[in-house]
Design a protein around this ligand. Structure first.
Ligand SMILES: *Cc1c(COP(=O)(O)O)cnc(C)c1O
Length: 358
């Protein structure tokens, strides 16, 4: 037997690894645990991928894909009002977050994240042999002022944040940026459900990198596609860090068509926001305390019923939500906004569990 401990980097051995949400593969489950879109993706995205297979199939898949995704970049640049050189493609936005950490955070460096927030940032810091420091939100889910930890290698702010679903206004970010004395990653995985984006901060030349995902707003979590919008000079450096062919030919074609179909996005967004309002109202009616959400999920807890009990009770009825436990915060559940029927089903089931009529 080989003792691999002697070869594996100590930083890797010491870390726990990121635990993704459960991905049950059987049917019949109402899956509200990892913030997927409840609607199918744009038919144009599906058609674009079919076309790759049917018309160019053998030839397109025999060859390597475009390394920088130039066609996707041209379309995304037009839709977003930036230059193609401002865009970096990724195999999901998690890939983009990895590339950013590898490029900007040295071993022994310092990464900042908000608390509570997306747990992957801590994993990325550990992989790099860097430390993660967490910054608490100010009341009202605002950024604290003065900024308590100036001078990190990288600061991550999901906007909207998960699990809170809350959004920090652009004026606050603009005001706090000089105090950070560090580049800021605005992780906009949920921006398609929010009223504003930080894209203009990139256009203004501020030290901000915006990351986007096709997993939530565009209903393409299975495709694995995300991208960053940043200063063109930084994008050039990041291109050195990424795998040469980090996005495959099918995902590039699907992502380009999905982004071009803004009509689909507007329509789907309107439906999800309507269900979100229904879910929030229904939860409040059942006595939950609900954090008002700008994303496609709702974070809540019940003053009389433990989050774990509700989580288990829902699961027993084939409804998966995410149990959220953070030190210093009461346990809560995070419920993805589903279709109107799915939303009603989770509300009816919770009504049974808390013993009140829905
Ligand atoms: C879902 C999520 C991501 C990851 O998105 P992918 O594009 O699927 O990799 C990144 N950041 C946050 C905050 C998320 O919730």
């Amino acid at each position: 037997m080989t003792n691999w401990d002697q070869y594996v980097r100590p930083a890797i051995r010491a870390m726990a690894g990121y635990t993704p949400g459960e991905q049950p593969q059987s049917g019949g489950v109402l899956k509200l645990n990892t913030n997927e879109n409840p609607y199918p993706p744009s038919p144009k995205a599906l058609e674009a991928m079919r076309k790759v297979l049917d018309e160019h199939g053998a030839e397109r898949l025999r060859r390597y894909p475009e390394p920088l995704g130039d066609r996707f970049r041209a379309t995304a640049a037009r839709v977003l009002g930036v230059q193609p050189g401002n865009i970096l493609i990724g195999n999901g936005s998690d890939d983009i977050l990895t590339i950013l950490t590898r490029a900007l955070v040295p071993e022994g460096g310092r990464v900042l994240s908000m608390e509570p927030s997306y747990l992957l940032y801590g994993t990325l810091a550990s992989l790099q042999g860097a430390t993660l420091q967490e910054v608490s939100f100010a009341p009202g889910w605002d950024l604290p002022e003065p900024w308590p930890q100036p001078g990190a290698n990288l600061v991550f702010l999901p906007n909207p944040n998960s699990p809170s679903g809350t959004l920090v206004g652009l004026d606050r970010i603009r005001k706090l940026l000089p105090q950070l004395r560090a580049p800021l990653v605005l992780d906009e995985a949920y921006v398609d459900f929010a009223p504003v984006s930080g894209l203009e901060l990139v256009r203004e030349g501020l030290p901000v990198i915006v990351t986007r995902s096709l997993s939530k707003g565009y209903a393409l979590a299975g495709l694995r596609f995300g991208f960053a919008i940043a200063d063109a000079a930084l994008v050039k450096e990041l291109e050195k860090v990424k795998d040469s062919y980090n996005c495959d030919a099918l995902s590039l074609a699907g992502a380009e068509a999905a982004l071009a179909d803004q009509e689909w996005l507007a329509d789907t967004r309107a439906r999800v926001l309507a269900s979100r309002a229904h879910l929030e109202k229904g939860l409040e009616h059942l006595g939950f305390s609900v954090t008002p959400s700008q994303a496609n999920f709702v974070w809540c807890r019940h003053p009389q019923h433990a989050a774990k009990t509700l989580f288990d009770g829902l699961k027993a009825q084939n409804i998966f939500v995410r149990l959220m436990r953070y030190a210093g915060h009461p346990d809560g559940i995070r419920i993805t906004v589903g279709t109107p029927e799915g939303t009603q089903r989770v509300l009816d089931t919770l009504a049974g569990l808390v013993g009140r009529p829905a």
